[in-house]
Design a protein around this ligand. Structure first.
Ligand SMILES: O=C[C@H](O)COP(=O)(O)O
Length: 263
């Protein structure tokens, strides 16, 4: 199964992923120019799992929109949440899924626990799915395994990519936790394994422009796409369009600087 978002080795700008919680928000995200829709319930945490009927209605709305080929991904909560719960079948439109590893930092068998939950989702669906590993940058708050261990496991267990995100959504953003150099190093590691790197973490417009000059494949937002940058407020097409402009602005600056430099 080819990866839906192969790493961008051609220098093309990162794609804009917008997290949505309803069909209405999906329509706003599409209108604003989102390039990937990610379904998530922001009231249930960083990777809050949506209710199955909400997920289906968003997939239906996306499929009926003028941009029906837009990739749709889903957040499925935390691995430990599925110990007692039965996974539900994911709709066919879902191209990728992710599950967090919070609370598993001290567990020697976290890889096996993660793989078991992934397998249970695939069994419910009846087909495989591409997985995205999630490394929390605030790993102490999350109690999760280290970023390097998760990056290695992402490659070893066949994930399509790695998402860097924050667990605690009330303080800190991506660049409070990671330097551009560290991001570029992680991108190189993922790319050499044929995987993509996605970056999130309460990004503001300045962060988005900064990311557009780094070798990141996907820039993922919720807060910046919402009214007042509050991830629990509705996504608006205007805020999504501003995110897209910021993403393209950095790329253009980098390109013109390059064009102006002597041969
Ligand atoms: O997948 C990315 C997250 O939805 C990012 O959310 P955030 O912008 O509120 O940190």
């Amino acid at each position: 199964m080819p990866y839906p978002f192969p790493p961008s080795l051609s220098g093309e700008p990162p794609r804009l992923l917008v997290s949505v919680r309803s069909a209405l928000e999906a329509a706003s995200a599409i209108e604003g120019g989102a390039e990937i829709l990610d379904v998530k319930d922001p009231d249930r945490g960083s990777l809050g799992c949506p209710a199955p009927d909400t997920l289906f209605s968003i997939c239906q709305a996306a499929g009926a929109s003028p941009r029906r080929d837009l990739p749709v991904t889903v957040a499925l909560g935390e691995c430990l949440e599925w110990t007692e719960q039965t996974p539900f079948p994911l709709p066919g439109q879902i191209t990728m899924a992710k599950i967090g590893l919070s609370g598993l930092g001290e567990s020697a068998g976290w890889r096996d626990q993660w793989l078991r939950v992934r397998q249970r989702f695939e069994d419910e669906r009846g087909t495989g799915i591409h997985w995205v590993a999630v490394a929390y940058l605030d790993q102490d708050d999350a109690g999760s395994p280290s970023i390097d261990d998760i990056a290695g496991a992402a490659i070893d267990t066949g994930c399509a990519g790695l998402l860097l995100d924050t667990f605690n959504k009330s303080s800190g953003r991506l660049f409070d936790h990671v330097s551009p150099e560290r991001l570029a190093g992680l991108a190189g590691r993922m790319h050499s394994g044929g995987r993509f790197l996605a970056a999130a973490g309460r990004l503001n417009l300045e962060d988005i422009t900064r990311l557009s000059t780094l070798p990141v494949d996907v820039v993922a937002v919720r807060s910046a796409a919402c009214e007042k940058a509050d991830r629990r407020s509705p996504v608006t097409s205007r805020h999504v369009a501003e995110c897209l402009t910021s993403l393209r602005a950095g790329g253009r600056q980098a390109a013109s600087a390059h064009e102006k430099s002597p041969a």
